[in-house]
Design a binder for this molecule. Structure first.
Ligand code: FNR
Length: 427
């Protein structure tokens, strides 16, 4: 873990590092402000990648509402409270975490770089930040875990195949995941015009399905399908998909990728499209997961207080308020606006986490003040990664931590726990 994160003042340390480097003519590789970061990332990324990462559902009004909510809740700083010593650490699932940040699950990172999953795991791990590894990652979770050397959770998209759910969860446990985060808001993909207008869905091109192609249960499903459909027409999978999978096989000749039989990549994509999600998922399914893992279970996507109460009753270990970065339901409430109702409903019985719309430390602090225990960052680090690889992702995370530390202290607080709803007002 980076010494600087354990130091009481990552904010001042980071400022001083930047200004000292500036004296010898070096500027930050990645812009430290949000608008410049977004602009630099857009200039770096392919058009397909930019549309997929930056895009959101419908008119993108939920994505905007996420940002607007952060702008509407304002801090009311307190003075003369001796903030010389500060501590950003939090308690979660019986463990002290050095920072209140998580890196949110982002799928199909090969759109940015083939090794991006490894890069973010390393960047987060070096800062003691827990990274959430996606079901739609471009690398098998075992490889990410081995390379990242930091704490991680596994994000589960609940497949229509129970056996695959079970296999993913047991692999995650065996590979050292500290929690299973179930994303509830993606029983179907949201209506995303930027991707629709480009007719671009990465999965159909064989991208972002490495957890599946590396899974023994999934491979059995593929083989069963191959024997069933060897002569059937194959309308849905493009030659590009096959090329992608063959290239992944060449690049990552791990135990699961070896010995792909002729035709398997194509059938793998078809099988994935069939089993990816379970739109029929309901509260009644949760015991299935509870019985199969001893890890903490986090429900991601909770926005309504009644769902938060139901989550408490269902015996899960945390909820995450999230709008999926505005990518699923257009016209929905901004994530930070949903937070107070969920916190109130939960009445301290579970930790409440939040993501969607976090652009910097001042956003992190507002979420903490409104009762979040930890805060997930999504697109921000993806942009850093696009601009400058692992170092770029690390810089974005360090900068968010630095600003969190400075806003914490400048608003009159020494620890995350000192923050409360009295420190914010809604405009
Ligand atoms: C996501 N998100 C996401 N969530 C999830 O549970 N599994 C996934 O595979 C993905 N994949 C994904 C890809 C891309 C390109 C984006 C932008 C988002 C949602 C993600 O975990 C998180 O909820 C949002 O990104 C948070 O919003 P911000 O920080 O991006 O505004």
């Amino acid at each position: 873990m980076d010494d600087e994160v354990r130091s009481p003042a990552p904010g001042r340390a980071r400022q001083s590092e930047i200004f000292r480097a500036g004296a010898s003519g070096t500027r930050p590789a990645v812009p430290t402000g949000w608008a410049a970061l977004v602009g630099a990332a857009e200039r770096t990324m392919s058009q397909d990648a930019w549309a997929y990462v930056a895009g959101a559902a419908g008119r993108e009004s939920t994505a905007e509402a996420n940002y607007d909510a952060f702008d509407a809740w304002r801090l009311v700083p307190r003075m003369l409270r001796d903030v010389a010593e500060r501590d950003l650490s939090i308690e979660l699932f019986g463990r002290r975490h050095p920072t209140p940040l998580l890196t949110s699950a982002i799928g199909v990172l090969e759109l940015v770089d083939p090794d991006a999953d490894l890069a973010i795991a390393r960047a987060a791990g070096s800062l003691g930040i827990t990274s959430i590894v996606s079901s739609q990652a471009s690398q098998p979770m075992e490889r990410i875990a081995a390379d990242g050397a930091g704490p991680w959770w596994f994000q589960l998209y609940w497949s229509s195949e129970d056996a695959l759910v079970e296999s993913f969860v047991s692999r995650a446990e065996a590979a050292g995941a500290e929690a299973i985060l179930v994303t509830l808001d993606t029983g179907m993909l949201g209506w995303r015009p930027r991707d629709l207008d480009r007719a671009f869905l990465p999965f159909i091109r064989g991208m972002g399905i490495a957890q599946y192609t590396s899974d023994p249960v999934f491979r059995e499903l593929v083989r069963a399908r191959m024997s069933r459909t060897s002569n059937a027409p194959r309308p849905r999978v493009t030659p590009a998909a096959i090329r992608t999978l063959v290239e992944m096989t060449r690049r990552y000749p791990g135990p699961f990728w070896q010995n792909l039989r002729t035709g398997e990549p194509r059938v793998a994509v078809e099988t994935f499209l069939d089993v990816f999600s379970r739109p029929s998922l309901s509260w009644a399914d949760l015991p299935f997961l509870r019985e199969r893992t001893r890890l903490p279970i986090v429900l991601k996507g909770i926005q309504h207080p009644d769902d938060a109460r139901r989550a408490v009753d269902s015996g899960v270990d945390a909820v995450m308020v999230s709008t999926h970065g505005g990518r699923q339901v257009d016209g929905a409430i901004g994530s930070l606006d949903a937070l107070p109702g969920v916190v109130e409903a939960v009445e301290g019985r579970l930790p409440v986490l939040l993501d969607s719309g976090v652009r910097g430390g001042a956003d992190v602090v507002r979420a903490l003040a409104l009762g979040a225990t930890a805060v997930g960052v999504g697109r921000a680090w993806v942009y850093g990664l696009a601009i400058s690889g692992e170092d770029g992702a690390r810089q974005v995370l360090r900068d968010i931590l630095a600003e969190t530390d400075l806003v914490l202290g400048l608003s009159g607080h020494r620890t995350v726990a000192e923050f409360g709803p009295d420190d914010v007002v809604r405009l």
